[in-house]
Design a protein around this ligand. Structure first.
Ligand code: 3PG
Length: 306
């Protein structure tokens, strides 16, 4: 009987796990759990004998993938796969997949939760501001960006998007103004919501020059990855521009400087919270186990990323 390991340092909701277990069991697989683990050794031990693995932001590096002697497939239940060493996966004949779109609405809703919380001054009793009529730039118009746009329309925001991989006509069809350079997006928009992946090209790409283009009372919203921000540039902008705010799903490395120097100008989640809803966990978890079964039973590699 093939074994599927669910390795989640940040566990899925109970119902999501039950769904994964039932689907796996009914298809003739054994489902094993390693939840809330605290050391890499625990993961190395757990992967040693399994055929498939479902992870979230868990690190599947060379050590893990090499220790997993029987592993044929690792599925990142979520969008970003920057936590998987793809070269090591390929070297070890392991297929790596993600489950695009399955947790996108949850991430988009969190972007608005942070925007509203910040616009109302953290509910401190003082006068805040509204989102209506404000400009919002969507940096990358993928699965999350599209949900962000849908929600933003409900708030009456004016929408712009930058995505070189999507046709203008598709962006316009959604009632959004396409812009053709990242600089134009930042120049036009008081709010910018980031939805780019973290890779060699994008890491530290959101730099001081770009942030400096944003108009007065700028708010940069990062539900993507902290690594895409040039943190030195961010600190410099926060120092130069007392009107600039930064909202991020998971604190940046320089969070202590924010605490000291920029009170009330940031919102940071204590853990990565974007996809942390029951619905997102269920959607992504079920997609992951189904992709594993389809891979073993039919050789389906539709969502392969390596
Ligand atoms: C993703 O890439 O799908 C999100 O960042 C969610 O990450 P998580 O599963 O660790 O919450």
């Amino acid at each position: 009987m093939k074994k599927i390991l669910i390795a989640t340092e940040k566990p899925f909701a109970k119902e999501a796990v039950e769904n994964i277990e039932n689907i796996g069991k009914n298809a003739g697989y054994e489902v094993i759990k390693l939840e809330k683990y605290t050391t890499k050794e625990q993961l190395l031990e757990a992967v040693a004998s399994v055929d498939a693995m479902i992870i979230r932001s868990d690190i599947a590096d060379k050590d893990v993938l090499t220790a997993a002697k029987n592993l044929k497939i690792v599925v990142r239940a979520g969008a970003g796969f920057d936590n998987i060493d793809l070269a090591a996966a390929t070297e070890n004949n392991i297929v790596a997949m993600n489950t695009p779109g399955q947790n996108s609405n949850a991430v988009a809703e969190l972007a608005f939760a942070m925007m509203l919380y910040s616009a109302r001054g953290g509910f401190d009793g003082k006068t805040g501001t509204e989102l209506r009529d404000k400009t919002l730039g969507i940096h990358a118009y993928g699965n999350v960006g599209k949900y962000v746009a849908q929600i933003a329309k409900g708030f009456g925001m004016k929408l712009y998007a930058f995505d070189p991989f999507i046709k203008d006509s598709d962006i316009e069809a959604d009632g959004i103004i396409p812009v053709h350079s990242v600089e134009d997006l930042y120049r036009n928009c008081q709010y910018v919501s980031l939805h780019i992946p973290a890779n060699d090209k994008t890491k530290k790409s959101i730099n001081k020059n770009l942030m400096g283009l944003m108009p007065k009372n700028a708010v940069l919203v990062n539900t993507a990855r902290k690594e895409v921000i040039d943190e030195d540039g961010l600190i410099a902008i926060m120092c130069e521009r007392p009107d600039f705010k930064y909202l991020s799903d998971i604190a940046p490395e320089c969070a202590h400087i924010f605490e000291e120097k920029f009170p009330n100008r940031y919102v940071f989640t204590p853990k990565k919270m974007g996809a942390q809803t029951e619905e997102a966990n269920i959607n992504a978890g079920i997609a992951a186990v189904n992709q594993i079964i389809a891979f073993f039973e039919k050789g389906d590699v539709k969502f392969k990323v390596n």
